[in-house]
Design a protein around this ligand. Structure first.
Ligand SMILES: [Zn+2]
Length: 97
């Protein structure tokens, strides 16, 4: 049991220092929305598709992903990424009451 706890802590700490991976974002239920600063389009990233493409351990911090992103509409490379917890309406309702 102590070994198990230690290994979880080590993995957790490694994850914290290295930042998010694609799999970590998916596991945490995070959603990432990309926005184009040139044409002001926004699109939610398909994290499972990115994971399949780059691998589950691929770093997924904003500065890791942003250089790989390009706007398919205007070709702009000034992309902004927003990370947010994928909250369901049910959770919001629970918080208010
Ligand atoms: Zn654009």
């Amino acid at each position: 049991m102590p070994f198990l706890v230690a290994s979880i802590d080590a993995a957790y700490m490694a994850g914290m220092s290295d930042g998010w991976t694609l799999q970590a974002l998916i596991d945490a239920g995070m959603s990432v929305t990309g926005g184009c600063l040139d044409c002001h389009r926004h699109q939610k990233l398909d994290l499972p598709a990115l994971r399949d493409r780059f691998g589950p351990d691929a770093p997924a911090m904003e500065w890791d992903l942003r250089p790989r992103m390009k706007c398919a509409v205007c070709g702009g490379r000034r992309i902004t990424l927003t990370y947010s917890p994928d909250t369901s309406p049910k959770d919001l309702h629970r918080k208010r009451t």
